[in-house]
Write a protein that binds this ligand. Structure first.
Ligand SMILES: *Cc1c(COP(=O)(O)O)cnc(C)c1O
Length: 421
């Protein structure tokens, strides 16, 4: 199946006489014919047991997203933050470290720099534009993963995924990529060497601002027997001595994440949320194309305005390095988010935003409706000035999330607010 077809059909095939649409299985538990059968499930989880860590409706969405990304398995989570957290905790424990590109989502910076630190896990931030030897020097013997974002929110830098994959693999650790902004429609990081892909499905995948969610996808490619990951190659005492690298190959990562972490933390989405997410996924390919078209026109309009200092959108040739890199990793477009700086700094930015009539001022991004946010006073408020700079965020930066309205209406709204400055 081509990707458009997968959006509609992957993960669910109705049985003869079965419902056309994947049903919502609203049940916490599942019934079996014997004690022995349930006992066997605890040795070999071949069926759903309990909705804290698996559910038939959620499973359909997991299979669909795994196919869209070209992975072997996926696990949905109750938020994008939960997906990032579990992807790290599945590899690192107290006393370990991992490397992350400094240009990543502000919420992820909080999680990695502060909360994981309290758990004894060190995040070593690196400049993603540094050369390979420089980044190699950041590795320690206890470094267990490398993390980066395909198209950083909100800096909109495009990560050189293949460079990061080379660096991770030279050190025998997996590369985790947050692919939230491009979605698998515009970029499939596994094709460029990523081992694990995470998403906030809250953004384009859901698309309609209906529910918060996340997902982790396992490429099934990493060699867990390389010697660095005993939790994959030694028996899990909390699960009847299962050895994940043997028993669950090639989906060892997701199986371990589900059987240990989701079992214990229970940050699993409700069936109804997965049902809504599936509706978003069905039209994802149509929507992504239009976001790219609209955002390109908005970026071109903004770059011609004398009230704008700088426009960041890798789909236009404002920064030749990012433009070339986008052509390689995002050949079909760079999604719908455009960032820009207004002349006059923070005050002008706030005045511009308050003057918008169609675009709404809200803490969200990648919605079907145009929305706008000032990261320095909202999502990235808690970052220090140095962290703001490292994350590519200028105090006057505006994150403009272009929606699916007619682009002439979106541009007219921007134009009237700029004229009032
Ligand atoms: C929003 C976002 C997250 C966090 O996801 P939530 O669903 O809000 O928990 C992670 N990464 C990126 C790139 C995001 O945009």
């Amino acid at each position: 199946m081509k990707i458009e077809t997968k959006c509609l059909h992957a993960g669910y095939k109705p049985e003869n006489g079965g419902p056309r649409v994947m049903p919502i299985v609203q049940s916490t538990t599942y019934v079996f014919d014997s004690t022995e059968h349930i006992g066997e499930l605890f040795d070999m989880p071949t069926a759903h047991m309990y909705s804290r860590f698996s559910n038939p409706t959620v499973e359909v969405v997991e299979k669909k997203i795994a196919e869209l990304e070209g992975g072997v398995a996926a696990m949905c989570t109750s938020s994008g933050q939960a997906a990032s957290l579990l992807s790290i905790l599945n590899l690192c424990h107290s006393g370990d470290s991992f490397i992350a590109a400094s240009e990543i989502y502000g919420g992820t910076v909080n999680l990695f720099a502060y909360t994981l630190k309290k758990l004894g896990i060190e995040c070593i931030f690196v400049n993603p534009e540094a050369d390979e030897e420089e980044i190699m020097k950041a590795f320690k013997p206890n470094t267990k993963a490398v993390f980066g974002e395909t198209l950083a929110n909100p800096a909109l830098t495009v990560l050189d995924i293949e460079k990061f994959a080379r660096i991770a693999h030279a050190n025998n650790v997996p590369l985790i990529i947050d692919n939230t902004f491009p979605t698998p429609i515009l970029c499939r990081p596994i094709e460029h060497g990523a081992d694990i892909v995470v998403h906030s499905t809250t953004k384009y995948m859901d698309g309609h601002a209906l529910q918060v969610g996340g997902v982790i996808v396992d490429a099934g490619t990493f060699d867990w027997k390389c010697g660095k990951f005993p939790e994959f190659t030694e028996p899990d005492e909390s699960y009847h001595g299962v050895v994940y690298a043997d028993f669950a190959a090639p989906a060892a990562f997701i199986t371990k994440a589900r059987m240990q972490l989701m079992r214990d933390f229970g940050c699993y989405p409700a069936a109804h949320s997965a049902f809504l997410l599936n509706l978003g996924l069905e039209t994802l390919h149509v929507r992504m194309k239009r976001y790219c078209e609209n955002a390109t026109k908005v970026a071109e309009f903004l770059s011609k305005s004398d009230k704008i200092e700088k426009v960041v959108y890798p789909g236009i040739n404002a920064d030749p390095v990012m433009y070339e890199r986008a052509k390689k990793y995002l050949p079909d477009g760079c999604a719908g988010v455009v960032t820009f700086f207004i002349k006059g700094g923070k005050n002008a930015a706030v005045k511009f935003m308050d003057g918008l009539k169609l675009a709404s001022n809200e803490v969200h991004v990648a919605d079907i409706r145009t929305c706008v946010l000032h990261p320095a006073s909202a999502t990235h408020r808690q970052l220090t000035d140095e962290q703001l700079v490292a994350a590519g965020i200028n105090p006057g930066l505006i994150r403009f999330s272009v929606g699916l309205e007619n682009v002439e209406d979106i541009i007219a709204d921007i134009d009237q607010s700029l004229k009032n400055l």
